[in-house]
Design a protein around this ligand. Structure first.
Ligand code: GLU
Length: 308
């Protein structure tokens, strides 16, 4: 296999020229202030230096990629009781859909659609004040990435808070079924801030390493989760990590991944590496257009798809 730095440089050079980059999300107005020209990639192998190219060291809004970290945290806190409240099936619906919730008595399909992630945040809130829960999430992400410089972009959080009616509706709806226990405004206060965590591709790739290495971060030596739990989280990323685009992502890339509307995608290459890409323009399903193309190219060059 070729050198990872050469690979990152090649992918960056080949895709940078592309004009069709999709649409930057604007339903959270602050996200629309980011240039569609941004493009970064970081490839972190289990051992050896991280290869980066483009804007890989610029922090961006991780948005739904945070759902991966909160799920891991909630599983650590209450174990499999998470699944009493949230399902494990792909939704086939948009990330913020409310329709399915009514059919399924307020129980979200999976922890990566908005409703499911809001229910997971409600679990983390159990017994805490919102500020403490948020502090716990931020400390956990810093611990995973081994980087205390990671922070929350308050402007993005405020912007989402001011335009978060649909998420608020999801939360109220779930509360009426007893799926969430805390006041919706408190749960969403935490949720909007977790989504507004800002990280670079390099930091994200480091934070995901435990999922590629049987639950143990190979750089810090810390056991984050058991090997079985890491495998299961990867399975959920594969089936549910790209909303109603999950099937297409598996077809084109073939790796467990989680996307966010900030334009980031984090993918796990079990037993080999973690890759993070960022390009803010999104496709119709809300997943990074150039980022997906970059991962498709990476898998073609490396043969890293889990499907052989
Ligand atoms: N904070 C965003 C929302 O709840 C996250 C969506 C995403 O990244 O897909 O709408």
């Amino acid at each position: 296999m070729e050198n990872l730095q050469t690979l990152a440089d090649e992918i960056h050079a080949e895709l940078s020229a592309r004009e069709d980059r999709g649409r930057v999300a604007d339903y959270i107005p602050q996200l629309a202030t980011v240039s569609a020209q941004k493009f970064g990639i970081a490839i972190a192998p289990l051992d050896g230096p991280v290869a980066v190219a483009g804007d890989a060291d610029e922090a961006f809004s991780i948005q739904s990629i945070s759902k991966l970290f909160t799920l891991t945290l909630a599983l650590g806190q209450v174990g499999d009781r998470v699944w009493d409240r949230v399902g494990r099936e792909p939704s086939g619906n948009a990330f913020n859909s409310i329709v399915q919730l009514e059919h399924e008595q307020g129980r979200p399909r999976n922890p990566f659609v908005n409703a499911g992630a809001i229910a997971v945040t409600d679990i983390i809130l159990g017994g805490h004040r919102p500020k403490e829960a948020l502090g716990e999430i931020l400390r956990f992400v810093r611990f995973l990435a081994d980087d205390d410089a990671i922070n929350i972009d308050r402007l993005v959080a405020q912007s989402e808070q001011a335009h978060g009616d649909r998420n608020l509706a999801l939360a109220h709806f779930m509360k009426s079924f007893g799926v969430i226990k805390h006041p919706p405004a408190e749960v969403l206060g935490v949720y909007f801030h977790q989504c507004a965590i800002a990280m670079s591709c390099r930091q994200l790739a480091q934070a995901g390493l435990f999922l590629a290495a049987n639950g143990r971060n190979p750089r810090t030596g810390f056991n984050v989760v058991s090997a079985r739990r890491a495998r299961r989280i990867n399975a959920l990323m594969m089936t549910c990590g790209h909303y109603d685009g999950a099937g297409d992502f598996a077809f084109r890339v073939g790796l467990p991944g989680k996307s966010g509307v900030g334009g980031g995608i984090l993918v796990i290459v079990p037993h080999r590496a973690v890759v993070a890409v960022w390009s803010p323009g999104l496709d119709a399903n809300g997943n990074s257009l150039l980022g997906t193309a970059a991962l498709e190219l990476l898998v073609q060059r490396t043969g890293w798809s889990v499907f052989g």
